[in-house]
Design a protein around this ligand. Sequence first.
Ligand code: SME
Length: 167
Amino acid sequence: MIEPTRAQQLIAESAAILKKDAPLQTRLQQLMQHLHDQLPHYHWVGIYWLEGDTLVLGPYVGPPTEHTRIPVGRGVCGTAVAENANQIVEDVRLRENYLACNLETRSEIVVLIRHPETGAIIGQIDVDGTEVGAFDQSDEAFLTAIAQQIAASLPVEGAVSVGKIKP
Ligand code: SME
C-alpha cells in the first residue's frame, strides 16, 4: 500500500535519479536503493531482465538471493512472463509455484517492464515484503510508472546490444 501523494513524490524522485549523468547500471542501482530505503514494506527490491526464455537478475537491494536466473514459467517471476501479467501474491506460503528468496518473505509483487512502443516484455520489477498482504493495486500502479520510466531510460542502441530491446 502506498499513498497517492507519496507515490507521486517518489515517481518524481525516480525521474531525477534516472536523469543523472551516470552509467545506466549505477542509476538503476540507486533507484532500487531509493525505493528500498523510502518504502519500509519494500524489503527486497530488484530488476530481472528477460533474456530469451530466462529472467536474469539485475540491480537489487535486499538479502542476497540464489535465484539469479529464473526460467519463464517458474516461480512468481517466471509466471508473470508466462501469463504476460503482473502478479500480486498476498501470502507466498499459499502459492505452489513459488521460489523462496529468503524465509522472511510473506508477500510479493511483480510488475512487468515493457518496451515503450511495442509493449514487449523487457524485464520486471520484483518486490518482496515481510508482511502478508503488503502489496495492493496502489503498489502495482506505482511500480508500473517506475517500470515505464526505466524502459524509457534504456538507450535503444545500448539496450539492443545487450538484448534488452529488440530493434
Ligand atoms: N520469489 C520469486 C523469486 C525471486 S526472489 O523473490 C528475489 C519467485 O517466486 O519467482
